[in-house]
Design a protein around this ligand. Sequence first.
Ligand code: FDA
Length: 583
Amino acid sequence: DTGMVETDVLIVGSGPAGASAALFLSSLGVANTMITKYRWTANTPRAHITNQRTMEIFRDLGIEDQVLAEATPHEMIGDTVFCTSIAGEEIGRILTWGTHPARHADYELASASLNCDIPQTYLEPILVKNATVRGTQTRFSTEYVSHAQDDDGVTATVLDRLTGREYTIRAKYLIGADGARSKVAADIDLPMEGAMDIAGSMNITFKADIADLVGHRPSVLYWVIQPGSNVGGIGAGLVRMVRPWNEWLIVWGYDIAEEPPVVDEAEATRIVRNLLGLPDLEVEITGTSLWGNNEQYATRLQEGRVFCAGDAVHKHPPSNGLGSNTSIQDSYNLAWKIAAVLKWGAGQELLETYSVERAPVAEQIVRRANRSGREFGQLFEALGVADARTEAEMVERMEERKANTPQGAAKRAAIRAAMEIKDYEFNAHGVELGQFYESTAVFSDGSPRPAPDRDPELYYQPSTVPGSRLPHAWVGDACHKHSTHDLALGTGFTLFTGITGQAWADAAQRVSERLCVELRAVVIGPGQEVTDLYFDWERLREVSEDGVVLVRPDKHVGWRSMDLAEDPETALVDALTSILSRP
Ligand code: FDA
């Protein structure tokens, strides 16, 4: 007995990246073991915003209902307020996360799932539970210590923190999902761009029922402009809803060049009362912590058989709500590729496309989140309070926005313009859904990615150009309505074609058997299993009725053909062989 544990994939970390990797791998039938340092999942709420892309991934995994049952729903998250304190004056509001009527259509059209808000303390147990039920070996209080890799696998040394004993786990692959201070990423020496700890923030969690102050303007974010609220932090003071309307999280900044502040109960209570504008409020402080703002991403996410995902490879402030979302999406990209290599005869080269596809996303979201934080500066400028040091000074300058003077009018215009810029943080639909992949796991049909019609950060533009996320359309029959995403397999490939493309569907059966890869054919049209209920698919598919759109298990388009090929079987085999890097 060597005491060695064996598994196919060892996952370090049970946060959003690790727990979702475990869930995806178990759902794909890949044996995996997940270890995590602490005795349970996240102990503070942390990330909340769960965007449409993540929700449709949860839908694919069959856990969307479980997440919605614990989440604050879409309708209650969007009336984002800017104010001098919760009980104080309002500067303005923005309808966020797609809740503006003019934007809501974009969100409804883009996905079967809407965004919602779920604290990490509620989300992680859902992911861990479902992963474990589906087969993951979950080991709490178990710390990753080191690893060595060879041609056939990885041997990791882990520490059982209960017994103090070390043991080894042998796996074919290792996923380091161990957060912003990732030891796995350090051990494989992933190249990083940017810096950590560029600004100081503190989190204060507290309980106080303030429904009467917020229930009529329901939001997850209440931004507070007060003296000091542009120092460090994430752009301004933030009162962040955790549970409506009695559990909250304040994010407040401090100057990272100074000694870290001592945030005891008295100081935390003082900050809470200030931001709420309620000097006598009875408040229960439930926790405080200091954290550094980061602006850092890895330019490569893999070394041999070891991959890193989540905050281990992209570190940034919570602006835009991208942390947990991107972490889960990383794992969604990686998991099927590992399954394809272990079970579907794919070549090792397929695994390299994880880094090729996700490293650009890491860079993009780190830059976006940091820029969003900085863009609060324009609101402070517009208000004329960027350098105000005292409450009185700030109040006086802000009063100017009420004046019947040219200066007053100019200030009002400047405030409106500064608020509009915040759409890049709160209505960045293109950032959330527009991820596009270029790698060998995408087989080009020669057509370029279409130029965006509108601002690509604010607006998502559906396309079936290989590399794009599969466009969502409702299809079905008189009794059923499915998203194209519901029909696309999470455990294999799917092709979509029309009635005159039947030859693609006939070929799919043979190709599936020939390559031993799951390949579902969906023919959309009247008299077929699914019809194009609203003619939306025809509008979105970009290929002819007899063309084909081939979709990967992560619901990105792997290849397409504009028309029927002379030999559909060979065309499909060529595409799949290429995508899977099959020898
Ligand atoms: P995450 O950090 O969640 O998980 C890392 C996992 O690795 C943990 O399970 C840990 O136990 C484990 N681990 C670490 N070292 C290990 C070792 N050596 N051995 C074994 N296990 C190990 N984001 C946001 O959008 N809004 C917000 O308000 C906040 N607030 C916030 C507050 C605080 C205090 C933190 C720490 C983070 C945030 N974030 C946030 C960021 C958000 O939480 C983050 O983006 C995601 O949790 C990233 O998920 P990961 O799974 O990558 O790492």
